[in-house]
Design a protein around this ligand. Sequence first.
Ligand code: 2HG
Ligand code: ZN
Length: 461
Amino acid sequence: MNPQALADLSSRLPELRLLTEPGDLEHYGRDWTRRWTPAPLAIALPASIEEVQGIVRWANQHHVAIVPSGGRTGLSGGAVAANGELVLSLARMNRVLGFDVVDRTLTVQPGISLEAVHTVAREHDLIYPVDFAARGSCSIGGNIATNAGGIRVIRYGNTREWIAGLKVVAGNGELLDLNRGLIKNSSGYDLRQLMIGSEGTLGIVVEATLRLTDPPPASQVMLLALPDMDALMQVFALFRARLSLQAFEFFTDVALKHVLAHGAQRAIDGDYPYYVVTEFDATDERAQEEALSVFEQGVEQGCIADGVMAQSDAQAAALWRLREGITESLAAHKPYKNDISVRIGAVPGFLQEIQALLTREYPQMEVVWFGHIGDGNLHINVLKPASLADAEFIAQCEHVTKLLAETLQRHGGSISAEHGIGLVKRAYLESTRSAAEIALMRGVKVVFDPNGILNPGKLFA
Ligand code: 2HG
Ligand code: ZN
C-alpha cells in the first residue's frame, strides 16, 4: 500500500473521523471470536452515505481492503481486521430515519443496535421480532450481514424475512436502492436478499427499511427438565402439536452449571441431563390449562421429568436467563464454537450420531450443548482446558469439526446455521455448498466487488 494512502483519504474527505491509536486498532479490529490479533491500518467512522462511497472509491484506487464493522458481536470472525485493512465502522450512523404507519416499516441507519430498534418499534405499538442475547451490543447492519436468527425464529423466521428495503454501497462505490419497501416486486433477481447474509463481501449496508408487526399475544414461559436426549424432540413434537410456540430452546446440565456459577438462579431442584425453555401463547385460563395438560401428558409419557411455569414477568426473565446467559458464562473458558443445523425432522438421528462423535473425540474436554433445537440449530461450545495452549486446542477442535462437517454433509445440514462463515468456517464451506454453488458465489462476488476490496478472506479463502 502506498504510504500516502491515509493522507489521501483525509484530504478527499476532510470531515471523516479516522482513528489510528493502538487502543482503537485493537478495539475495532476484533469481534467476539478473540482468535486473531487485530492489525487494521486505521478505523474510519463515516457519518454519511457519501462518506462511505468516498471511502470505497478511495479503497479501490489504493487497493486497500475494507472490513465493514457493526457491533462486532459476531462469532465467526466476519468483522476481524488482522491484515492491514481499513475498518469501516458504522457506529456513528445509528439514527432512526423514519417510521411509516401505513407500511408499518421503520427506516434506520445500520449502526443502530437491535435493542434500540425494539424500543422504537414498541413506541409505535409494534415489534421488530428478531431477537437474541446480544441485542444491546449488536447492530442491525451486522444482523443483516449475517442474516441473524436467534430465539424467535420458530415463530418469525430469520432477519431476511423482515427487511423491506436496503441501501447498499457496492464494491465500486455505487449506491444501490434495493426493493424500496415493496411487498410485491416480481421484477427479476432480488439483490436485497443476495445482500442479506453476504457478510460484508458484496456491499456495505448504509440504510435498512425494517418490517414491523403486531406484538404477540400474552405468553407463558416454562422450564422443563428432561430425562434423556430422545425426550428433546418428543417434547418438541408434543408442545408444537398442542400449543402455539414462540420459542423452544434447549441446554444441557453442563450449560446449566456454568450459567448458575455466573449468577443465574436455579429454578428446578435435582439433576437432569437436558432442559428446555419454551414460550407459548397463553391468553386466557383455558390456554393455561391446555399448557398444564400438555405438560402432564409429557410426564405420563416419560419424556418430561420436572418443570416450572413462570408466575410473573420477573420469573419468566429468570427462566430465560438460564438460556440466554450461557454464552457470557462460557466466555472466560475461550470456547471453540460450532453453530450447526439440520432439518428439524433429521434432528433425532443427527443428535445420536454427533453425541457419539463428540464423546469419542473430546474425551478430555468439557463440551456444552445448547441452542435453538426447535429450528434444528445446535450450538456446541468446547471449553479449553487451562493446561492446553490456544493453538493446540484449536488444532484439536478443527480436526473434530472436519468430522462434524462430514456428518453434517451426510445429513444435508449446514456448518453455519446463524453466525455466518467468516474466517472461522471458510475451510468447511464445501460441506454445506456444492462446488457449483461456490463457483457461482465467487462469480457474484466479482460482479459486486470487482477489485476484491470488500472483506477479503471472509467466506472464501
Ligand atoms: C445463542 O444462541 C447465540 O445464544 C450464541 O447464538 C451461541 O455462543 C454461542 O455459541
Ligand atoms: Zn444462537
